[in-house]
Write a protein of this length. Structure first.
Length: 202
C-alpha cells in the first residue's frame, strides 16, 4: 500500500512493516489524524511513525467510519466500536425495537449527519442515530448489501449482490429501484452520475 504526504513523496507500508496483511479492504483517517487500515486479517492504525495492529486473525475489516467522535469498524463478524480509553475494539451492542442485533458481515458504512448507515450481507441496511442511540433496520427486502453511497440530497443508494441498485431515504424508507443486475460489488456517485463495478459471470 502506498500513500503520498504533502511533499508528494511516496511512502509504502507493507506486511513487513507491520501491516496485518497486504490485502487492504478500506482506509480511513479519523479526527485525531490517525490512518486506519482495514485488512483481510484485522485492523491496523498508523500514526506516521509506527503501526499498531488490533488483530483478529482471519477476520476481514471491510469498512471504517467515524460519527460524532466515535470510530466504528465493520468486520466479517459484525460491527465493533473503538474504545479510545482502553484502545480496544468492543462489540456494538445496540438493538432495534424488535431486539435485532447486527450479526451479519458489515460490508459498507457511511455517515449522514449524526446518523451511521450500515450495510450488511444478510440483514440489509441499519440506521444508527449516534445522538439518541436508536438503531433501525430497513424492511425493504434487500438483505445482501455490497455497498452504499449518498447523494447531496441525502438520498442513499444501496447496491445488492442479487438485485441491483436501489434508493432509500435517510429514514430507511424505500424510494425506487434504479436498475436490476446481479453481482454489483461497488458503487460511486459523481454529481448526477452513478458508477458501479460488477462481476462478469458470462
Amino acid at each position: 500500500m502506498c500513500f503520498a504526504a504533502h511533499d508528494w513523496h511516496a511512502h509504502t507500508l507493507q506486511q513487513k512493516d507491520g501491516l496485518s496483511s497486504n490485502n487492504i479492504e478500506c482506509i480511513f483517517k479519523d479526527s485525531y489524524g490517525f490512518m486506519w487500515f482495514g485488512t483481510s486479517n484485522g485492523l491496523d492504525r498508523y500514526d506516521a511513525a509506527k503501526i499498531r495492529s488490533f488483530n483478529q486473525t482471519g477476520i476481514s475489516v471491510n469498512a471504517i467510519m467515524e460519527v460524532s467522535g466515535t470510530l466504528y469498524v465493520g468486520m466479517d463478524n459484525g460491527l465493533y466500536v473503538y474504545d479510545h480509553e482502553s484502545e480496544t475494539l468492543v462489540p456494538f451492542t445496540a438493538k432495534t425495537r424488535y431486539h435485532v442485533v447486527i450479526s451479519s458481515p458489515v460490508t459498507s458504512m457511511l455517515r449522514v449527519g449524526t446518523t451511521l448507515v450500515i450495510g450488511t450481507y444478510g440483514q440489509g441496511v441499519f440506521f444508527f442515530d449516534s445522538i439518541s442511540g436508536n438503531l433501525r433496520q430497513t424492511s425493504i427486502g434487500i438483505p445482501f448489501i455490497t455497498d452504499l453511497a449518498v447523494s447531496s440530497g441525502d438520498r442513499i443508494y444501496v447496491s445488492s449482490d442479487n438485485s441491483g441498485v436501489h434508493t432509500v431515504s435517510v429514514r430507511g424508507d424505500y424510494i425506487s429501484s434504479i436498475f436490476s443486475r446481479k453481482g454489483i460489488s461497488r458503487i460511486m456517485l459523481s454529481g448526477e452520475d452513478l458508477f458501479y463495478l460488477c462481476r462478469d459471470d458470462s
